[in-house]
Design a protein around this ligand. Structure first.
Ligand code: COA
Length: 333
């Protein structure tokens, strides 16, 4: 049997720190409201002319490759998750592939919103387990600060999201004791419009982007915060338990849970539901906000840097987001 193993992790966040107080320059909000509802203290915003979606992904990937002791040409495939690509098409994976001079290597761009990284990891894991590829670069990268409406009208979503990128190198192994044990993926399109950006949609009369569409707010993020919250707290628990029971484990076997950084209240709820201590759950939403597909690889990279990923540990990744989507990965480190 062939398995895949994460052999390198990396991340990049822009230098530009935007605190909750900074947001009060653009919208009616307060540090107290944001911290109480979301746990977020600050987030990073990209700097035009310095950062792009793919440049951040490239920086994260270079760090992951260096830590894996590999060069870009040792990689067989790129799987790149983002909902905020540099171009409408082609995807940002092409731009990163060009930057890393991996000419001819296949790239796969996916969306899957806040579950994007776990979906991407699962795709790469299947390629490796099937024997088709021996190594993969799995990336999540987002520039959301240019999408969000920073006026008071957009404050219920604007305060949540941030920019950043994270990456993981996957390599083939024959040792199941140091490998990805399973991935579980789910979606429910009945809730597609509970968290979405409508434009630039193609199924419309006339051109895809007009001044009227911008004025109507179709380019802004719409979120039914209450519906997202209610589903998230149920689905996180379900998909973690699914991963555990598929492998014959229970929640007390988890050494570290790395949840998508949606909201500190969601993470706390899931932590309590699983009977885990604060030390067993990674939370960095306070510093980076919700970076969608980038949040899990950034958090996982930080966990590695802090020495929290120990040889043989049982690590669980779990995500929930727009779609709705939800997903988990169980890893023997
Ligand atoms: N600052 C100050 N006030 C704000 C605000 C902000 N940034 N955003 C909204 N408000 C106001 C609302 O206008 C509303 O005012 P009103 O009572 O006068 O109408 C009040 O705060 C409560 O708004 P509501 O939307 O009901 O707040 P909430 O308690 O449900 O919290 C969220 C909003 C978004 C924090 C919450 O719904 C949530 O966490 N949802 C999950 C979101 C999430 O995790 N998304 C990521 C998914 S991957």
């Amino acid at each position: 049997m062939i398995y895949s193993r994460i052999t390198g992790l990396g991340y990049y966040v822009p230098d530009n720190v935007v605190t909750n107080n900074d947001l009060t320059k653009w919208m009616e909000t307060s540090d107290e409201w944001i911290q109480e509802r979301t746990g977020i203290k600050e987030r990073r915003y990209f700097e035009h002319g310095k950062d792009t979606n793919y440049s951040m992904a490239t920086a994260a990937s270079r760090q992951a490759l260096e830590r894996a002791g590999l060069s870009p040409n040792d990689i067989d495939v790129i799987v790149y998750a983002t909902i905020t690509p540099d171009y409408f098409f082609p995807g940002s994976a092409f731009l990163m592939q060009r930057e890393l001079q991996m000419d001819g290597k296949p790239v796969i761009d996916i969306r899957e919103q806040c579950s994007g990284f776990v979906y991407a990891l699962s795709i790469a894991d299947q390629f490796i387990k099937s024997g088709m590829y021996k190594s993969a670069l799995v990336v999540g990268s987002e520039i959301q600060s240019s999408w969000i409406d920073k006026s008071t009208a957009g404050r219920n979503t604007a305060v949540i999201f941030g920019d950043g990128a994270g990456a993981a190198v996957l390599q083939t192994t024959k040792d199941p004791g140091h490998s990805i044990l399973s991935t579980h993926l789910h979606a429910d399109g009945r809730f597609a419009e509970d968290l979405y950006v409508k434009e630039p949609g193609s199924s419309r009369p006339g051109r895809t982007a007009t001044k009227e569409m911008i004025e109507e707010g179709g380019f802004n993020v719409y979120m039914n915060g209450n519906a997202v919250f209610k589903h998230a707290i149920v689905k996180f628990g379900e998909v973690i338990n699914e991963a555990l029971s598929a492998n014959g484990y229970q929640s007390s076997d988890i050494n570290l849970l790395v949840p998508h950084q949606a909201n500190i209240r969601i993470s706390d709820y899931v932590r309590q539901q699983m009977g885990l201590s604060e030390d067993q759950v990674i939370n960095n939403i306070q510093r980076f906000g919700n970076t969608t597909a980038a949040s899990i690889p950034i958090a996982l990279s930080e966990a590695w840097e802090m020495g929290k990923l120990k040889d043989g540990d049982l690590i669980c990744l779990a995500a929930f987001g727009s779609g709705f989507t939800w997903a988990s990965a169980l890893i023997r480190w």
